[in-house]
Design a protein around this ligand. Structure first.
Ligand code: NAG
Ligand code: NAG
Ligand code: NAG
Ligand code: NAG
Ligand code: NAG
Length: 640
């Protein structure tokens, strides 16, 4: 959209000229990690590559900017921003740059030593340990990881009071930066092939084993959808009738974190049995940070299950639409959400300090066999719909890390991208069914509900899971999924409730007060609630490593809903309209009343409780319900 809207009148931080210096005050403190311990003081002869990440402008306005293009009542609905408009709206102000430079100069860092990054996001310079400790009133230590690797960092740091609003973060400080390379052999010995980044985000689909008689499952009949979900079942359940026509202009991206990998032979096997018209199609590989499918046909369900599932579902439901595979991370470090986001938006690579070595792959990867870079920054235009069947536990990521990533999801929404995440498979519990203690940490003995990451981010669309009940048909109402997995749902401990869902969530609290207290979840009605929507997640017949398996999970419901949105975009593109972009304000709007199949039975057990119940209207088990394609597309064709 044109830069004529309110964005130009936003003022930079503070109108009065800043002082050069002021008393120092604490900026950030390190969150204790049991795996990393301060080992010894950093020797004074080292130099530190200090990077000061500057605060983005207008970040507080992101919710209203996003709302202006995604709220169906907004006069500028659908007038998405271009990537360069986004970059200039959020670039740090000249005032921030000037204030930090003046301070450094006054502390004896000559301006010729200081470099401003191209994106204006960073000031960087080489500092002696003595200089860095004086500037930041801190002490630098070598931290040692239990796997033997060493990083440099400090427990906390301070900056002049007047600069706190201008500085997002400084590295290396409280988030350890890597000094030595990772030691893949040491990791492997401990059974950890991928780093925390990928393994803490892995939410694998579940299976109850190989299916002996897949050949007996009809590709066209919907008589056995209570036992076997096929593309024909999904089309019947959700009134999916459209065959895409805008396949050259439309895009759908599926994120896979290495070492998760698909096999073309599995796609061929699935298409031959259940989607003959898709036979021979391949995903378009977008290799991010060296990501390539591993092509190991005996790696097993836990390596090939997720990618096979995601691609078989999306490619068959949207055929002949080409599907982009965002294969993220090399085979040593793996990848994270931040890694694929870097690839979609070059400004995110450095935004607020860039990736966090505790959670993200850091590229180039110096380890033998690692991806030698350069890091994938802005290498691909984001697809109109992005489907991500991975999630982690909110409690294991610092709030600042989550907020940084969440802002990026908001920016993608401003650009007209729909980002879908699976809501988790452990009901109100965390991954592996773990719950929280009273102080918010995860424990096998925890009894507090454990929400998932990044589902708390109000700028992603959270997709829960449903099932066709035993002996029911595709014409009967579905229930919340209670076979093998339970639909993830609940309330964030990090993010506030967005305005678009206030009415629906307040209505649920009023009409269906849950039998839990503040001891189980944030029941103030002020927390972001999820999921937003759901789709079938039980009994998918999926080809993995040459055999068919029955697969369960929000890992299945998410690509199904992503396919439906892609078909809706196809319909909009065919009459000259833009893709739907960030959909949540539309889903919860009055216009979309009646566009879903409300799900009113089943619960999402966890943490020693039966969980929440699916009820009339929105609920924290199945959200607003499952999609009715015909109803949704009709409404979306009315919107500008
Ligand atoms: C494929 O995966 C299996 C199971 O993990 C493993 O034993 C085998 O070594 C792998 N093959 C290759 C070529 O990596
Ligand atoms: C939180 O509580 C658990 C058990 O109640 C305890 O083991 C842990 O040390 C506490 N953590 C913090 C950071 O206080
Ligand atoms: C969980 O509770 C059991 C029984 O009270 C106790 O033995 C165990 O140490 C606890 N585990 C943790 C991690 O707190
Ligand atoms: C489904 O139908 C079969 C055969 O009629 C019956 O044995 C079974 O109990 C039914 N299951 C349920 C959950 O109703
Ligand atoms: C509940 O969530 C809101 C919004 O994030 C927050 O302001 C409030 O402090 C939370 N309450 C508790 C008890 O955690």
């Amino acid at each position: 959209m044109l830069l004529s809207l309110p964005i130009l009148i936003f003022t930079a931080l503070g109108a009065i000229a800043s002082p050069v210096t002021s008393p120092k005050t604490l900026h950030s403190k390190r969150i204790a990690s049991p795996s990393w311990n301060a080992h010894r003081r950093l020797e004074p002869h080292h130099t530190l590559p200090l990077k000061i990440g500057l605060t983005q402008s207008n970040i507080d306005s992101l919710p209203s900017l996003l709302s202006s293009v995604s709220d169906p009542l907004s006069p500028t609905y659908g007038q998405h921003y271009t990537p360069s408009e986004i970059a200039s709206i959020f670039a740090p102000s000249d005032e921030s740059i000037g204030a930090v430079k003046s301070w450094l100069h006054s502390e004896g860092i000559h301006p010729s030593r200081i470099r401003l990054s191209d994106t204006k996001a960073f000031l960087s310079f080489e500092a002696s340990v003595e200089e860095a400790e004086r500037l930041l009133e801190t002490e630098y230590h070598i931290f040692k990881h239990e796997d033997g690797s060493e990083n440099v960092g400090c427990h906390e740091f301070s900056v002049p009071e007047h600069l706190v609003p201008h500085i997002d973060l400084i590295t290396p400080t409280i988030n350890v930066a890597r000094m030595t390379t990772r030691q893949p052999e040491a990791l492997k010995k401990r059974g950890i092939f991928t780093p925390a980044s990928a393994s803490s985000l892995m939410l694998l689909p579940k299976t109850n084993g190989e299916l002996a008689n897949a050949d007996a499952v009809s590709p066209t009949s919907t008589a056995t959808c209570d036992q076997f979900i096929t593309p024909a079942c999904l089309r019947a359940l959700y009134q999916i009738t459209r065959k895409p026509t805008e396949t050259k202009r439309n895009t759908l991206g599926v994120v896979e974190l290495t070492p998760q990998s698909f096999l073309q032979g599995d796609l061929d096997l699935f298409f031959r049995n259940f989607s003959p018209s898709t036979m021979g199609e391949k995903p378009i590989l977008v290799s991010i940070d060296g990501g390539v499918p591993s092509l190991n046909a005996t790696a097993g369900f836990n390596i090939n299950g997720e990618s096979d599932l995601d691609l078989q579902v999306t490619m068959s439901l949207t055929s002949p639409q080409p599907v982009q595979l965002y294969q993220t991370g090399d085979n040593i470090e793996g990848g994270s959400f931040n890694n694929y986001l870097d690839a979609l938006d070059g400004t995110f690579c450095t935004f607020e300090g860039g990736d966090n070595p505790n959670f993200d792959g850091i590229y180039p990867d110096p380890a033998p066999g690692g991806f030698k870079g350069p890091e994938s920054c802005g290498i691909v235009k984001p697809a109109n719909v992005i489907s991500v069947s991975y999630s982690g536990d909110e409690s294991t990521f610092p709030a600042s890390y989550q907020q940084r990533e969440c802002a990026e999801f908001g920016k993608l929404g401003m650009m007209g991208v729909s980002v879908l995440y699976s809501s988790g498979d452990s009901g109100v519990g965390g991954r592996n069914g773990r719950c929280l203690t009273a102080n918010g940490t995860e424990s096998v003995n925890g009894t507090r509900f454990s929400p998932m990451f990044p589902l708390g981010c109000p700028f992603v669309t959270a997709v829960g899971a449903t099932q066709v009940n035993p002996n029911a048909t595709v014409h009967d109402p579905e229930s919340a999924c209670m076979q093998v997995i339970f639909s993830g749902g609940g309330f964030s401990n990090v993010f506030e409730i967005p305005s678009y869902q206030e009415k629906a969530v307040n209505n649920w609290f009023r009409e269906f007060p849950p039998p839990f207290t503040s001891a189980q979840f944030n029941n103030t009605r002020k927390a972001r609630a999820y999921p937003d929507i759901s789709a079938n997640g039980a009994n998918y017949v999926i080809a993995v490593d040459g055999s068919f398996f029955l697969v369960f999970g929000t890992s299945a419901s998410t690509p199904t809903f992503a396919s439906i949105l892609t078909l809706i975009n196809d319909a909009r593109l065919s009459i000259g309209k833009r893709p739907v972009g960030f959909i949540n304000p539309v889903l919860y709007s009055d216009l979309f009343e009646g566009a879903f199949h409300d799900v009113t039975s089943g619960t999402n057990p966890g943490c020693g409780t039966p969980g929440f119940s699916a009820v009339k209207g929105w609920d924290p088990v199945t959200g607003l319900g499952t999609p009715n394609f015909d109803e949704m597309v009709a409404r979306w064709l009315i919107l500008p």
